[in-house]
Design a binder for this molecule. Sequence first.
Ligand code: FES
Length: 107
Amino acid sequence: MRKFTLGTSKEQIIYMINERSIKRVLVGDKKIALVRIEDEFFAFQSFCPHRGASLLEGSINSINEIICPLHQYRFELKSGRVSAGSCADLETYPTSLTENGLVITLP
Ligand code: FES
């Protein structure tokens, strides 16, 4: 497992990531997607497990699922589980908001 820290403080990372927008982040050599809802962060693969569309162009609904822009499959942000559609689950990465920034753990 590899751990990466974004930002230098809790306040800075909350300020940097607009709530409910989907941000592309480079961690190590991997491009991932990051979403903040209040002070909870969700990190996940940036392309859809169905046919590889960019989830950076997707949207977040009111029950905290990401909706793929291509065929509207839906995935739970927390678990990555596919909730509408038929494909593999979304790969998600654990996050932890600390006083020193946001820690993202990749496999
Ligand atoms: S590519 Fe995402 S739902 Fe088909």
